[in-house]
Design a protein around this ligand. Structure first.
Ligand code: BGC
Length: 826
């Protein structure tokens, strides 16, 4: 499991934990603002003269060396300086799609975007074959979920999205995406319904665990790498849910009321990055946005996604989230699963759409566009290839021997599951090197979360129940476990190497017995959990969203009972999101806390690797852990009856998660980005250098931006190459000053000047670096013009603010180690 292999174990005889050092005096560096154009010169370039180099648009000329033409199945490697340009790939796919539908009738074109209905067909969503036996088009299989192939056997249950984000490791994120892409293709899935990229505005949000955490930049990078990986594997990815589906309660009857700036800077950003990764499809959400249903929201679908972000794929509805035929005009391309309500046999598309086109309510050109987008995405991923597998499983009839061919697609994907499980585990407390465990004489495992499920890992439909180790939330975002390793199984097996005596008590409520058993043990490991999921399943009174932020199954009481008897109590948390840990976190006998998220099928092995130091923790929190629930900037909105529409004003605006804690100076228990290691890292020699763009075809745009103007309104303006190319290179050194190998996650935050009216710090860069004891490595993080911009609601474009922009590099959102400045406009 060690990333550098067995060799390293020879070099480093034993892992030793060293205590954390206080951060040294901040090092500083400055890039002083030589704006290429004096501020008084206002450049006004007519829009017609702008030649955008957005990645997805066919009209653009790629810039040699910076933006190589990319096929989705051959993306640039992780960390490559090249920004993928899918222009040519989309262009070719559009050409083929247009040719293919040239002789289709109106009904056939409509059928391309009309699902066949709920539980008709083998997948959770299906479009019909067109022509005799699909000779004109074979139809599509659309299947959940963001962490594996749902309802299928012989598949891998990958770590959740939230764990994937907690690694902050682009290579691992990409690899998981690739393997999920391959498994989907192996099962004959055309479109995998993920990744999910809602932001986690509410700590209690039921589906937060499917996504990538509470910061748009982190979520955007995770979405980007996941999609590049999935599509390299050959499946069409689907970025969901567009947009503001941030709570489960009343999700089909709530209007998320969001201002334009917040929408752009927070919620839309992961979708922008998805489009830059060449995502084939997007799913619009159940809720309303500013009073209009997402799947008929012209502002979101047509204006932001298709016009401003230049998206060339197709938008499908969430399941039964279509509300009208006219949605086709406002940007919806496909209705899923096809029927208005499940099993109704009616559809807003189908014959209704055909007659709207026939009577010119909806232009034929728009129907052509819908059909072209869907078929182009199929060509983009080369799914027309003869060897693309036909669907070989049956989501609705998993027991049928006729329709399930039981194709094994797991390969050796368990390895990356185990590694991500370890790399996403966040060490939150480690007093006097309680961890890693070094040949303990005896250990006690406490809590049902340490053990296997009494009735197997797939007993509850869609994982809607808690029994044993929690490795996944519930709802459509799940997959079946082919197997699930519990901590008890993995720790027992590992402990045998040291001849450690292992005892356990899996009853969560027998605190007296647990306390007694803890007496005299070298370490008592208490496992607690907290679960959530999608609204159609209620577990223990939690209707999807969590009803509170406390541990399930008597967790807090159990920790206190054990800690009362054992001065080396180690807490392991398997949770979908933040918990309030105040009842026990400062207890002197609680010596260590490991935050393990919901890590998928290798849960037990992953936590064992961290407990024993075979993996030095490098996970960082993808959200803030508050001291009390009311400290978060937004709370669940309850209530609503009958046909009420609940209004949910996003009054906190940009102040989501850590941004809010920073703005109001609220001390969290553990801040966003936080995580300890078994070693120490020190940072030095910050340098900020400007990158010249030789032979840029977008000089005028670049100069206009540097003069403080907003990007102009045009198609693809927000994904334009010139806006996203690296403009500054921030370099610094990271040294491992401890005595064991370790991976660190340096994070870069911008501190915008007051004129920008932003929260105090904004994550705009991160990387992962592995360093041997005594070794020093130079790290580089780039910043683009987009990173240095804010959304101007009046100009409807991105512009850089007046004043000095602070750059801090550190180990979390609150631990700045190095400081510098960039000034574009004085
Ligand atoms: C969920 C989607 C899912 C779809 C199909 C919906 O309830 O919101 O995320 O892809 O069902 O299962």
């Amino acid at each position: 499991m060690h990333p550098l292999g067995p060799l390293l174990f020879l070099l480093i005889p034993a892992l030793q934990c060293t205590s954390q050092e206080a951060p040294g005096a901040a090092d500083t560096a400055t890039f002083s603002g030589t704006a290429p154009v004096p501020t008084e010169t206002v450049i006004t370039v007519p829009i017609s003269e702008y030649s955008f180099s957005a990645f997805p648009l066919p009209s653009q000329a790629p810039i040699a060396g910076v933006s190589p033409r990319t096929d989705p199945k051959k993306p640039p490697p992780v960390g490559s300086p090249f920004i993928p340009d899918f222009t040519k790939a989309w262009h070719g796919a559009y050409h083929k799609a247009k040719e293919r539908i040239a002789n289709f009738t109106i009904d056939e074109k409509v059928a391309i975007g009309t699902g066949v209905g709920w539980s008709v067909g083998r997948c959770v969503g299906n479009t019909p074959p067109i022509g005799d036996n699909g000779t004109k088009f074979p139809g599509l299989c659309l299947e959940d979920s963001p962490l594996g192939v749902r309802f299928a056997d012989f598949v891998t249950a990958f770590p959740s999205g939230i764990n994937t984000a907690a690694t902050w490791n682009r290579k691992l994120i990409r690899r998981r995406g690739l393997f999920m892409g391959r498994e989907n293709v192996g099962k004959g899935v055309n479109v995998a319904l993920g990744p999910m990229m809602n932001i986690g505005r509410l700590a209690q949000g039921g589906r937060n665990w499917e996504g990538f955490g509470a910061d748009p930049f982190l979520a955007g990078e995770a979405a980007y790498e996941t999609i590049l990986g999935m599509q390299e594997g050959g499946v069409q990815a689907c970025a969901k849910h567009l947009i503001n589906n941030e709570q489960e309660h009343f999700r089909t009857q709530e209007s998320s009321d969001v201002d334009d700036r917040t929408q752009h800077e927070i919620y839309a950003h992961p979708f922008l990055r998805s489009i830059m990764a060449g995502v084939a499809s997007i799913m619009c959400s159940y809720n309303l946005i500013n009073g209009t249903y997402a799947c008929e929201n012209e502002k979101i679908m047509d204006d932001i996604i298709k016009r401003e972000f230049g998206f060339q794929g197709y938008i499908m509805s969430d399941w039964s989230a279509t509300h009208s035929t006219i949605s086709a005009i406002t940007g919806l391309d496909m209705t899923m699963p096809g029927d208005i309500t499940f099993g109704s046999g009616t559809s807003y598309f189908g014959p209704n759409l055909s007659s709207y086109v026939q009577n010119n309510t909806i232009p034929l050109a728009r129907l052509d566009d819908m059909a072209t987008r869907i078929i182009a995405a199929w060509y983009l991923l080369h799914q027309d290839a003869e060897d693309f597998p036909t669907t070989n499983f049956d989501a609705f009839n998993p027991a049928s021997e006729v329709t399930n061919e039981h194709v094994d697609v797991q390969a050796d994907h368990f390895e990356v599951v185990r590694k991500i499980g370890a790399a996403s585990t966040v060490l939150l407390k480690n007093t006097d090197c309680a961890l890693p465990l070094t040949k303990p004489r005896s250990i006690l495992l406490v809590g049902s979360d340490a053990g296997p499920a009494k009735i197997g890992p797939n007993h509850f439909a869609d994982q809607g129940g808690v029994d044993g180790i929690l490795a996944m939330g519930w709802g459509s975002g799940t997959a079946n476990f082919t197997y699930l390793i519990s901590p008890l199984e993995a720790i027992q097996s590992r402990a045998r190497k040291n001849r450690t005596s292992v005892s356990w008590i899996l009853d969560d409520y027998d605190t007296d017995r647990a306390g007694n058993m803890a007496i005299g043990k070298s370490a008592a490991l208490v496992f607690i959990s907290s679960d959530s999921g999608e609204d159609y399943i209620t577990v223990d009174g939690n209707e999807g969203d969590r009803k509170n932020l406390t541990a399930w199954n008597n967790g807090d009481n159990m920790i206190l009972a054990v800690a009362a008897q054992n001065n080396n109590t180690i807490v392991i948390v398997h949770s979908v999101g933040p918990l309030i840990v105040e009842p026990w976190v400062d207890h002197p006998n609680v010596t260590a806390v490991l935050w393990a998220g919901i890590p998928g099928q290798e849960a037990g092995n992953s936590i064992t690797d961290v407990l024993y130091g075979d993996w030095n923790p490098s996970g960082r929190l993808p959200y803030t852990i508050a001291k009390q629930a009311s400290d978060y900037s937004a709370q669940l909105v309850l209530g609503g009856e009958g046909s009420d529409i609940l209004s949910i004003p996003y009054t906190e605006g940009l102040n989501v998660d850590y941004r809010h804690f920073d703005s109001l100076n609220i001390t969290p228990r553990f801040e966003f980005g936080f995580g300890l290691s078994y070693t120490n890292f020190t940072y030095s020699r910050l340098h900020i250098g400007k990158i010249g763009h030789q032979g840029s075809t977008d000089k005028k745009l670049e100069e206009s931006w540097a003069a403080g103007n907003a990007t102009p309104i045009a198609q693809g303006s927000s994904t334009a190459l010139w806006l996203h190319r690296p403009l500054f290179n921030v370099t610094f050194e990271v040294e491992n000053t401890g005595s064991v190998w370790g991976g660190d996650i340096p994070q870069l935050y911008l501190n915008m000047p007051p004129s920008a009216a932003e929260p105090p710090s904004l994550l705009k860069g991160f990387t992962n670096v592995e360093v041997l004891p005594g070794e020093k490595k130079t790290v580089s993080i780039t910043l683009s013009r987009y990173d240095l911009s804010i959304w101007d609601t009046v100009a409807q474009g991105w512009r850089t603010p007046n004043g000095t922009i602070g750059v801090t590099v550190g180990t979390s959102s609150r631990d700045a180690r190095l400081q510098g400045n960039i000034t574009i406009i004085d």
